[in-house]
Structure formats: structure tokens, C-alpha cells
Design a protein around this ligand. Structure first.
Ligand code: NAD
Ligand code: TYD
Length: 368
């Protein structure tokens, strides 16, 4: 890629990363090099619309590969690194935590260390303007009770799943690189995202696809766990804002101010699918099946995003109801994308995660 103004994105073939790459090329005149290992979660089809775009380049590779990262930084001389690459699914982290520690902790360390070497070689405006933006999650803060105030930037870390613990480890390393070396690192901690291109192992796309196909809709536990949902394009806009205006060394919480209980989200999805694809017996709500809970399942997440609103002027543009409607429509309009992600690896995961999850009797639990 022969463009002077560019950024390096890691994990740009995943859900949020690919939305970010598309949004970056649309909203800026700068270029992107996307470094992605293409694990089960990485999907080049998300970026197929960029074929032939001279401002976009792809490199398949591992963020744990220091030599590769060093070479890319030397050759590309990006003005920023936006780091999405991670293992991201809590249920997988419970079954097989190794990959989470490797990619999320060691991979982030490798990237930070190579970025430091690169940054130290820069001088003048190039050095002053360089940024390392580490994309993280609200799950590092642990869980909230029903009346607790939402997570803010000074909420103590209390990660509960191997996924959250590995992201917390990466956040601490990012913090240390600012405090120890003065490297211009920024960290964002965001709530649950939803929208186009999300791999259907996560709640919202899984429920949309199962509802479409008349399959059971597996709700964990009593369905009353609460998540604070943010439309993915709002997250991408927030990251662009932090990159442009954020103060190095700071962390910014990003959230949609849209707390919803899982069962309410699933009911709404059922109604939207009924509306957009009537027939087939209708009433997708009948497919809801309460299943054995996730071990250590965090009860409630909620983000206090006043810092980024006050200091940088970012606010979410999408309301949850309109964003969910757009998302359901997107999945209905992209059957070829769905076919493409449903590889053997996807089917194996669904088999592993749900086959042994016993159904819970909802009446006995007082849930219906
Ligand atoms: P995702 O699982 O959809 O995508 C992860 C991407 O990283 C994939 O393209 C994968 O191929 C790539 N990858 C994995 N290991 C790699 C490695 N070793 N080297 C290079 N590439 C590798 O994840 P996502 O949902 O898009 O999340 C992106 C980031 O945002 C993650 O860091 C996640 O912790 C964070 N985050 C996600 C959410 C959410 O709701 N999805 C919310 C807040 C923060
Ligand atoms: P998920 O999309 O995995 O995100 P996270 O665990 O990172 O918040 O899950 C969102 C919520 O939905 C969470 O409370 C777990 C619940 N859930 C189910 O009830 N059934 C499912 O099949 C899945 C995947 C999640």
C-alpha cells in the first residue's frame, strides 16, 4: 500500500473490526492495513466490497508474531494502531481458555512491544501524533447488582470469566506502556455490540438465525441477565473520536444507554422475525427454551459514558429498537453471508455448547 496517511488495524476481519474498516474508509481519506489471522471469527467476505480499493490492504498473520508485526510497522509507518484482534466469546473461554490468554494477553503484549520499538524510531510530528488504541470491553469490571451505579472509568477491575480476565490483563499492559514508557496509548471499554457481520455464536445473531429456521432459542438461566446494547456503527464512531481527540493515557467507557434483559431482547427478535417473515407457524416466541446457565454468568452490565460525551462530544446515534430492526433486516437480506459463516467449525461449536446444556423446566422455575 503506497499511501502516506494510514493506520494499522488488527482483527479487521471480525465483527467490529470489519465495521470499523468500512466506516474508516467512508469517513476519512486515510488508508488501512488490516492484520488478521482469520480464525473461525475472521471473515474476508465482510470486506468483499473493498476489492480493488487502493486505500485498503490485507495481511493474514498473527499478532503474536513479533517479526511480522515489526516488519509491517517498518514498511507501512502507520500513524496509529487500532487493536481489535482478540478471542471474544465468553462461552468459548469457559470451554478452552488457552487461546484467550495467548491472543488477548500475549498478542497484545507483542503488539505493544513492537509498537514501542517503532514509536521510538519516529521523531517530530510523526512521533507526537502516533497513537495506540486498545479496544476493550466493559466485562473487565465484573458484574452489577440491580441498583448499582453503572461502570465508570474508575470502577475497580473484577473480571469473572477467562475472557474478561484476559482482556483485563491486556488493559493493564496497555496502561503500563503509557505509565512506564510514555507511549501514547488510549483504551476504550465498550458494552455489548450488535449489528451486521456479527458471528452467530453471540446472542443476537444466534437468536435471529434460529428464529428464522424454527429452531429452539436457548436462553441461559432465567433470562433476566442484563446487557447494555450499542449499535456497532456507534462504537466505530466512538473509536474514531477517541483516536482524533482522546488524551493519551486515558481510558474511555463507551455504551449505548440501552440496558435490556436477555428475555426482552429475544422476545423482540421473535416479534421482528414474525413481522418480516410471517408464516411457518408464526409466533417465534414459542421457540424460546430456557437452558442450563453459563457458569459464573455476570448478572448485569451497564456503562456510564458521560466522560466521552463530556470531554470528546460523542453520543450514540442509534436507539436500540431501530438498531435491532435494522440488524434483523440485514440478516434476512444476506442469506449468502450466513451460508458462508456456517462452516464445519461453526456447526461443531453449536453442537459442543448446546448439546449438553439441559433444558430447564420453566414452569417449575416460575419463569412462565
Ligand atoms: P470477533 O471475534 O468478531 O473478531 C476477532 C477478530 O480477531 C477475527 O477477525 C479474528 O480472525 C482476529 N484474530 C483472532 N486472533 C488473532 C490473532 N492471534 N492475530 C490476528 N488476528 C486475530 O470480535 P469482535 O466482537 O469484533 O471484537 C473485537 C474487539 O472488540 C475485541 O478485542 C473484543 O474484546 C472487543 N469488544 C467486543 C464487544 C462485542 O460486543 N463484540 C464489546 C466490547 C469490546
Ligand atoms: P453474548 O452475546 O455471548 O455476550 P456476553 O456474554 O459477552 O455479554 O451473550 C449476551 C447475553 O446473552 C449473556 O447474558 C448470555 C446470554 N446468552 C443466552 O442466553 N443464550 C445464548 O445462546 C447466548 C450465546 C447468550
Amino acid at each position: 500500500m503506497n499511501v502516506r496517511d494510514s493506520i494499522l488495524v488488527t482483527g479487521g476481519a471480525g465483527f467490529i473490526g470489519s465495521n470499523f474498516v468500512l466506516g474508516w474508509l467512508e469517513n476519512t481519506s486515510s488508508a488501512v492495513l488490516n492484520l488478521d489471522l482469520l480464525t473461525y471469527a475472521g471473515n474476508p467476505a465482510n470486506l468483499a466490497s473493498l476489492d480493488g480499493n487502493s486505500r485498503y490492504a490485507f495481511q493474514r498473520g498473527d499478532i503474536c508474531d513479533a517479526q511480522l508485526v515489526a516488519r509491517l510497522l517498518r514498511e507501512q509507518r502507520p500513524r496509529a494502531i487500532v487493536h481489535f484482534a482478540a478471542e471474544s466469546h465468553v462461552d468459548r473461554s469457559i470451554v478452552a481458555p488457552d487461546a484467550f490468554v495467548r491472543t488477548n494477553v500475549f498478542g497484545t503484549f507483542t503488539l505493544l512491544e513492537q509498537a514501542r520499538i517503532y514509536w521510538n524510531m519516529l521523531s517530530g510530528a510523526e512521533r507526537d501524533g502516533f497513537r495506540f488504541l486498545h479496544v476493550s470491553t466493559d466485562e473487565v469490571y465484573g458484574t452489577l447488582g440491580p441498583e448499582d451505579p453503572a461502570f465508570h472509568e474508575n470502577t475497580p477491575y473484577a473480571p469473572n470469566s477467562p475472557y474478561a480476565a484476559s482482556k483485563a490483563g491486556s488493559d493493564h499492559l496497555a496502561r503500563a506502556y503509557f505509565h512506564t514508557y510514555g507511549m501514547p496509548v488510549l483504551t476504550t471499554n465498550c458494552s455489548n455490540n450488535y449489528g451486521p457481520f456479527q458471528f452467530p455464536e453471540k446472542l443476537i445473531p444466534l437468536m435471529i438465525l434460529n428464529a428464522l429456521e424454527g429452531k429452539p432459542l436457548p436462553v441461559y438461566g432465567d433470562g433476566k441477565n442484563v446487557r447494555d446494547w450499542l449499535y456497532v456503527e456507534d462504537h466505530c464512531a466512538a473509536i474514531r473520536t477517541v483516536l482524533e481527540k482522546g488524551r493519551p493515557g486515558e481510558t474511555y467507557n463507551i455504551g449505548g444507554n440501552s440496558e435490556r434483559a436477555n428475555i426482552d431482547v429475544v422476545n423482540t427478535i421473535c416479534d421482528l422475525v414474525d413481522e418480516m417473515r410471517p408464516g411457518a407457524g408464526g409466533e417465534r416466541r414459542k421457540l424460546i427454551t430456557y437452558v442450563q446457565d453459563r457458569p459464573g454468568h455476570d448478572r448485569r452490565y451497564a456503562i456510564d459514558a458521560t466522560k466521552i460525551a463530556r470531554e470528546l462530544g460523542w453520543k450514540p446515534a442509534e436507539r436500540f429498537e431501530s438498531g435491532l430492526r435494522k440488524t434483523v433486516r440485514w440478516y434476512l437480506e444476506h442469506p449468502e453471508w450466513i451460508e458462508n459463516v456456517r462452516t464445519g467449525a461453526y456447526r461443531a461449536w453449536i453442537e459442543q455448547n448446546y448439546a449438553e446444556r439441559a433444558e430447564i423446566e420453566p414452569v417449575r422455575q416460575g419463569l412462565k
